[in-house]
Design a binder for this molecule. Structure first.
Ligand SMILES: [Zn+2]
Length: 234
């Protein structure tokens, strides 16, 4: 009875305040969850997972040896993907991360590109940034992806010790200087070398994720693969 009342109330509220698709801002129908069907059909997927030597993998390997690198979507300014990731990162819509993982984990698994990964490491935020935001935007995505891949998410291995500035507008040399020593590894966590899957939200310059990967390899050994929600290489 309580559930029926609650559903009726939600339906009544949605008449006046319909939920909007966070990508295209169209009202969602009662059958659409999180992202509208039009966007699910037409958002610019990269299909990197069908091409082991895709452009992101090539760019990453200029700076850090990675086994596989996949971005799910192509990121452009003022696009639906930009709106989607803005809602995930700054507007508290964490369900987007879970939705993307549930949607795109099956083709990732099928492609076998991450067949051999052992553990997921969400790219850490600086503690003050995580405190002010209240969450890490790749947390739910990482957890749902880990569930599908049947591997653990590890939170206490790598941490961010420097609050870095936006890199996109910086010159190449300045980017690397900015991310130098941005990450650290907890020496008292004794994880055996593994194939780590590092998760980021948007890769616009590979400096940050390369710096993080380098620290992990130096501190723990093993191998690195990368998955990002989106990429726009500059
Ligand atoms: Zn939409």
């Amino acid at each position: 009875m309580k559930n029926t009342l609650s559903r009726s109330f939600s339906a009544f509220v949605s008449l006046f305040f319909p939920k909007l698709c966070p990508a295209c801002h169209s009202p969602l129908s009662v059958y659409e969850k999180v992202i509208c069907w039009y966007c699910q059909m037409s958002l610019p997927q990269t299909f990197h997972y069908n091409d082991p030597h895709n452009s992101l993998w090539q760019k990453m390997n200029e700076f850090l040896q990675v086994e596989n690198a996949v971005a799910l979507f192509d990121f452009q300014k003022n696009s639906r993907i930009a709106s989607l990731l803005h809602a995930l990162k700054y507007r508290g819509n964490q369900q987007i991360g879970a939705f993307l993982a549930n949607w795109l984990a099956p083709p990732l698994i099928e492609s076998e590109v991450f067949r051999e990964v052992d553990a997921i490491l969400p790219l850490p935020l600086h503690p003050t940034r995580q405190k002010s935001r209240g969450y890490n935007q790749v947390q739910l995505f990482s957890e749902r992806l880990a569930h599908h891949l049947e591997i653990p998410v590890i939170h206490d291995l790598v941490f961010r010790k420097k609050k870095t500035r936006q890199l996109a507008m910086m010159k190449q040399m300045d980017r690397w200087k900015e991310v130098e020593q941005a990450f650290g590894v907890n020496k008292d966590r004794h994880y055996a070398p593994q194939h780590w899957l590092l998760v980021d939200d948007v890769i616009t310059t590979v400096a940050t994720i390369s710096s993080c990967g380098k620290v992990i390899l130096e501190g723990c050994g093993g191998r690195i693969s990368i998955v990002s929600l989106a990429s726009r290489l500059s």
